[in-house]
Design a protein around this ligand. Sequence first.
Ligand SMILES: Nc1ncnc2c1ncn2[C@@H]1O[C@H](COP(=O)(O)OP(=O)(O)OP(=O)(O)O)[C@@H](O)[C@H]1O
Ligand SMILES: [Mg+2]
Length: 229
Amino acid sequence: MSGIRLEQVTVSVPTHDGDRRILEETSLELTERRIALVGPNGSGKSTLARLLNGLVPATTGRVLVDGLDVAREGREVRRRVGFMFTDPAAQLVMPTAREDVALSLRRTHPDKAERLAAADRVLADFGLGGFGDRSVHGLSGGEGQLLALAGVLATEPSVLVADEPTTLLDLGNSRRIGDLLLGLPQQLVLVTHDLELAARCDRVLLVRSGRVERDGDPADVIDHYRVTA
Ligand SMILES: Nc1ncnc2c1ncn2[C@@H]1O[C@H](COP(=O)(O)OP(=O)(O)OP(=O)(O)O)[C@@H](O)[C@H]1O
Ligand SMILES: [Mg+2]
């Protein structure tokens, strides 16, 4: 039972005049390696992405990852599903780059000295070799996002959910992070407004007004989005 399954999921949020539904009933089976979510601002993409690791709970229905119910087995699900935010500052929590990656290695490297050495190897793999002692707050947007990605992948997730990971980056860094993400062996669920990046995925979902309006071949879905935007 590998892959992600949404079974009749809805999401509602409380407002001052009653509940507001932000995701209409949605059932999906996500098994392709690289899946993009596109659509207008406020359409529900982040809501859908956040359901996958329990950051947003389903109001009704169930979300299953490899057969595990996100609502009941959140810890185990979060071990499998890494999440990357738009702004790396949202996930860089330790003072230095080395310590930040080391934090992600706690489970696999219980010994502190080994863990810090492993963190340096991870940094080198991501082209951040000289950055170990650098403050996470002093990094550029591109460096920060690389570090965030290194940290998430160090936890060895089987799925990576990335919510607009290239939005704050310049052209070069956006291409670099985009290429890295699409080249990962892991399953990738990518929220993006970069339609060129989405077009390189295996499947694209167009989210509009809280529902999946189109789903399937990237070129077809993106063409539909372009003419209806
Ligand atoms: N906790 C919340 N409380 C109230 N409304 C919310 C909450 N979370 C999301 N919404 C609303 O639900 C809708 C969908 O939000 P969501 O963040 O999923 O959109 P999005 O497609 O990711 O948009 P963007 O492209 O701007 O990031 C929006 O109208 C948003 O204001
Ligand atoms: Mg969003």
